[in-house]
Design a protein around this ligand. Structure first.
Ligand code: ZN
Ligand code: ZN
Ligand code: FE
Length: 764
């Protein structure tokens, strides 16, 4: 045991520890404890050697984790002790590159308080400079082309630092030491404002001019961190409606950017957890309870009681919001479901006809990156869309994984690459229904493979033969020696839930979504599985109901309502007294015949479709223009007081070992309530309670035989916060341990994680 003269500690720190001000932090800490030695970046870690008296070394080690800079995410700190070498000072040593090693890449992070102070301080040299950043904030993932993360490997390489910026960059004690995107008005990127024809708009102060245009009701395309956004005055009905028309997005909710928490409180209720999330370095969109008194246009989120709100997260946003003095709609710069536009010429081309003006700049975006979306439920932040601020930070797996690419599903696609204990879940890619999104998917896979030095062994994919992601997987598999592993959709949902909760044991998996390709070729979506990370057994489901017109029925919930009625209550069911009766009389007859003759009416056991049908039956909505709109509006209509409600009857039948939830009584009871003019909010609440009861009763039956008391809830239907709340409470009351999603979306955005996990354990 060494004492007095001290000892040498050899330390290896892993995690997001590069490009986040970690070395200067170590440098300062070493000085504080008067330690001698060095620190350096390697391809896979930050390595440190320090020597001093034992106590100082111990303090240093505990501070390393406790006081790390805000953007650092420490995965592990390992120290070994050795005899001292007699160092005389403390140095930052040159980086060391090791073949095949990789490091975690930091996501882009919202402008820190120090940088905010600078851009609003008239005496600062970065006063009003929209590209201000430091080691604690700014772009990272969106500008990096390869590792190690150094300026020549980012889109900042074309800007040569001025002497003052260079001095900051070189000085270990400066906040901008090795801040790769460091820049100032003398040497860095610059803004420009152009009209829809690409012609430069002359202005002494570009931000002021842009704000003025926004105040006049114009629509601006603004180049943000990971792509262009479309901005307009959120308090102006006409501006919002114009934006909707031009973007061809009739009613899907839009996000709003609001200048600070105090101003947000004027429009929305905020809990302590929501405030924390809004102000976090990730700065996501958070769905907040929208106050009736808010003057934000109802057209921003029609029929919804929650508003998607975020704070400004780049200096450009801060300056624009401050100058405009308005809440601004800030939505992705694209036409309906295409990927977000990122390059200047691309934006001018693709957003022509949508934006009146373009506020752009010459710092290129390498990776497209949408805003992340969260809600807080049960005091927990829950991911609804995972992108900016989170990806490409990995999900940590409870096991060491093979090198796998999981291609994900069709809608809200993400992919997932694994190696070691890391699952690199991609940022939200989008709906894989057009060439642009497929291209984005392929490019982003290549970027992740390069950044994380992944040598693929296995490709996992969904069973659905028509998914573009599946076709991609099969093609990639055919032209290589990679092993292909198909993974059933709902098994992947549950496996994703297990993985993010660090659970490997078998659970009762409740996978409720719109549709997914079943193991038997039918459409599943209201599934009860006994599942672990390796395999699953389907032990129950909602009863099958035909979808007249196939997927076309999904866009027209009234078709689903008719199908449920005619299938469950008889083909001569009388629509009298129902809101449906007067609608589409010609079509009703066609649908009835279609069902009778079983023409293009595939069977589905879908929970999402049940919500749609009940919403249409109750007169909430017969046709939709964004996914799950009818179900969401039904949820929104439920009252705030949710206790002691009644529920509708249903029954569970054992069909040869398979438990099937029969919905006839439920439908009949809803019909009776609708005919008796029971208020829709009451119907909505009763229905939500019923679904929670279905989940609980089924789990009780399954638990009786399997002796499993742990339930995993997954699938897009569990983004319904009322259902999540009711089902979780009911299950807990029955003694179940409930797992739900927090880190990855419950919807198909989380599927790729589950696919990767299942593929990892597949016997191949
Ligand atoms: Zn900063
Ligand atoms: Zn400069
Ligand atoms: Fe799904």
């Amino acid at each position: 045991m060494l004492t007095g003269a001290g000892r040498l500690a050899r330390i290896r720190v892993r995690g997001v520890v590069q490009g986040v001000g970690f070395r200067p932090f170590v440098y300062r800490l070493a000085h504080q404890y008067q330690l001698k030695g060095w620190v350096r970046n390697t391809s896979g870690s930050v390595d440190i050697e320090v020597e001093a008296a034992e106590k100082a070394v111990r303090n240093f080690l505990s501070d390393l984790e406790d006081k790390a800079p805000p953007m650092a995410r420490i995965e592990s700190v390992k120290a070994t002790f050795h005899p001292p070498k007699g160092y005389t000072g403390f140095q930052i040593e040159p980086s060391l590159s090791r073949e095949g090693q990789y490091q975690l890449v930091s996501p882009d992070i919202a402008t820190c308080d120090d940088c905010q102070r600078e851009i609003f301080s008239s005496t600062d040299r970065r006063f009003h400079y929209p590209f201000t950043n430091c080691t604690n904030c700014g772009p990272r993932f969106t500008i990096i082309e390869d590792i190690p993360y150094d300026r020549p490997k980012t889109t900042m390489r074309k800007f040569r630092m001025c002497p003052r910026c260079q001095r900051e960059y070189d000085e270990p004690l400066d906040r901008r030491f090795h801040a790769q995107p460091n820049a100032c008005p003398d040497c860095g990127p610059a803004l420009e404002l152009v009209d829809s024809g690409g012609k430069l708009v002359e202005a002494k102060d570009v931000i002021k001019k842009a704000s003025q245009l926004l105040k006049e009701g114009k629509i601006l395309a603004v180049k943000g961190l990971g792509g262009f956004q479309l901005a307009c005055d959120a308090t102006s009905d006409s501006a919002v409606k114009t934006l909707r028309e031009r973007k061809r997005r009739p009613s899907k909710p839009l996000a709003v950017m609001i200048t600070d928490i105090k101003e947000i409180e004027r429009h929305c209720l905020i809990s302590a957890e929501e405030k924390k999330l809004l102000e976090s370095p990730q700065c996501p969109i958070v769905l907040l309870r929208w106050k009736q008194s808010s003057d934000i246009s109802k057209a921003v989120a029609p029929n919804l009681k929650y508003l998607g709100v975020m704070l400004p997260y780049t200096p450009l946003h801060h300056l624009l919001l401050k100058e405009a003095g308005l809440p601004l709609v800030m939505t992705s710069g694209n036409l309906s479901e295409e990927p977000i536009a990122k390059d200047n010429d691309e934006a001018l081309r693709r957003l022509k006809g949508i934006a009146d003006y373009f506020l752009m700049h010459n710092r290129d975006i390498y990776a497209r990156y949408d805003d992340s979306v969260y809600m807080v439920e049960g005091g927990q932040p829950i991911t609804l869309r995972r992108a900016r601020g989170y990806a490409p930070y990995p999900i940590f797996l409870p096991f060491k994984a093979k090198q796998i690419l999981a291609c994900g599903a069709e809608d809200k696609n993400t992919f997932c690459l694994t190696r070691d204990g890391h699952a690199f879940l991609s940022q939200h890619i989008g709906d894989m229904e057009n060439e642009e999104t497929l291209q984005h998917f392929e490019n982003t896979i290549e970027l992740y493979k390069k950044l994380f030095r992944i040598e693929l062994e296995i490709i996992a994919y969904d069973l659905h033969p028509d998914y573009l992601a599946t076709k991609y997987a099969l093609e990639a598999g055919a032209s290589s020696s990679l092993k292909l592993v198909p993974v059933q959709h709902h098994h992947a949902h549950i496996a994703a839930c297990l993985a993010e909760n660090g659970v490997k044991e078998r659970v009762i998996g409740v996978a409720f979504d719109g549709t997914g390709y079943g193991a038997d070729g039918t459409i599943w979506g209201g599934e009860f599985l006994l599942a672990d990370c390796k395999d699953f057994k389907r032990v129950g489901h909602l009863e099958y109901i035909p979808l007249p017109g196939g997927t076309a029925a999904i866009k027209k919930p009234y078709r689903l309502a008719l199908s449920y009625l005619y299938t469950l209550l008889g083909e001569d069911f009388d629509l009298a007294g129902l809101p449906l009766a007067g609608l589409y009389p010609a079509e009703i007859e066609i649908i009835r015949r279609q069902l009778k003759r079983k023409i293009n009416s595939p069977l589905a056991s879908s929970a999402g479709r049940l919500f749609d049908a009940v919403a249409a039956l109750a007169g909430v909505r017969g046709e939709i223009d964004y996914e799950a709109q009818a179900a969401i509006e039904l949820e929104m209509l439920a009252p705030d007081e949710i206790d002691s409600a009644e529920s509708y009857p249903f029954s569970i039948e054992d069909e040869g070992g398979m438990r099937v939830v029969k919905l006839k009584e439920l439908l009949a009871a809803v019909v009776e309530d609708v005919r008796n003019k029971v208020a829709v909010p009451e119907i909505s609440l009763k229905f939500h309670h019923t679904v929670a009861e279905i989940v609980t009763e089924m789990c009780k039956l399954i638990a009786r035989e399997s002796k499993i008391k742990r339930v995993g809830l997954s699938g897009g239907v569990f983004q319904n916060r009322l259902l999540l709340k009711l089902a979780t409470a009911a299950l807990k009351k029955e003694g179940f341990n409930v797992l739900n999603h927090r880190l990855v979306p419950a919807n198909d955005g989380g599927i790729s994680l589950g696919q990767a996990v299942v593929a990892n354990f597949a016997e191949i």
